[in-house]
Write a protein that binds this ligand. Structure first.
Ligand code: KIV
Length: 272
């Protein structure tokens, strides 16, 4: 973190823009609850995303599709209470923006009013342009999301790398321009070739945050449960695990169970 950024009390979309211009990389992570969001904020994360990946890692669903707007707002409210510095962006879940721009705006207003988040994210390119414009015209910052879009998983049929072929890559580049022109303050690129992500990051003047999109982006995002090793059996090439919390927690709780069973816990100093 640069010295100038250390003094920043609250990350705003303008500061993120400045970071891109200064070549300062942006660190983003997902969070879903108060306690973990407070730790991530304290660690110096710039953007906290209340991702609809909550559907997977918090609720245990196979996809992001089932999570509701009410559930996203609940997670976002909890996160916002734990954050004092980072910009908090909240995913608009599947089914709450695709049908028409007015619905998209209404969903965004509920998120902003009820959670206290600082912006919303939605998936898609030209097809969501009007929705993006309507939300931004009402004063709500919007982050775009292209490449692998998990809300469209049943259309793709696979979570493999997107935009390897020229036609899809060209559409992605055009969509990125559309989102920038519509007023998005930043863009997430998920699971696309690094060379393509670098090209988009260079072409756009707004910050581009990658996940599985290589080092040429203006910043990186990871799902916190993956980074911390809480999720198991998920080993994409792009994921760097900083902890193996699954085993650490399992060992600790296993010891607790053993201590209770043996009568070792609580001891004389742990009672009144
Ligand atoms: O929901 C989520 O966690 C996301 C990230 C993968 C960017 O959208």
């Amino acid at each position: 973190m640069s010295t100038a950024l250390k003094d920043v009390k609250r990350i705003t979309t303008h500061i993120l823009q400045q970071m891109k211009e200064d070549g300062e990389k942006i660190a983003m992570i997902t969070a879903y609850d108060f306690s973990m969001a407070r730790i991530y904020d304290d660690a110096g994360v710039d953007i906290i995303l209340v991702g609809d990946s909550a559907s997977n890692v918090m609720a245990g669903h196979e996809t992001t599709l089932p999570i509701t707007l009410d559930q996203m707002i609940y997670h976002a409210q909890s996160v916002v209470r734990g954050v004092s510095r980072a910009l908090v962006v909240v995913d608009i879940p599947f089914g709450y923006y695709q049908s028409n721009p007015t619905k998209a705006l209404e969903s965004s207003i509920r998120i902003m009013k009820e959670s206290g988040g600082h912006g919303v994210k939605l998936e898609g390119g030209a097809e969501v342009k009007e929705a993006v414009e309507k939300i931004i015209n009402s004063g709500i910052p919007v982050m775009g999301h292209l490449g692998l879009m998990p809300q469209s998983i049943y259309k793709y049929g696979t979570y493999s790398v997107r935009a390897r072929e020229e036609e899809e890559a060209d559409k992605l580049i055009a969509d990125a321009q559309v989102l920038q022109e519509a007023g998005c303050f930043a863009l997430v690129l998920e699971k696309i070739p690094a060379s393509l992500a670098e090209k988009v990051s260079k072409e756009l003047h707004i910050p581009v945050i990658g996940i599985g999109a290589g080092g040429g982006c203006d910043g990186q995002v990871l799902v916190s449960h993956d980074l911390l090793g809480i999720t198991k059996d998920f080993h994409p090439r792009f994921l760097r695990r900083y902890l193996n919390l699954y085993d650490t927690v399992k060992t600790a709780v296993g010891q607790y169970v053993g201590d209770v069973k043996s009568g070792d816990f609580p001891n004389e100093n742990e009672q009144y």
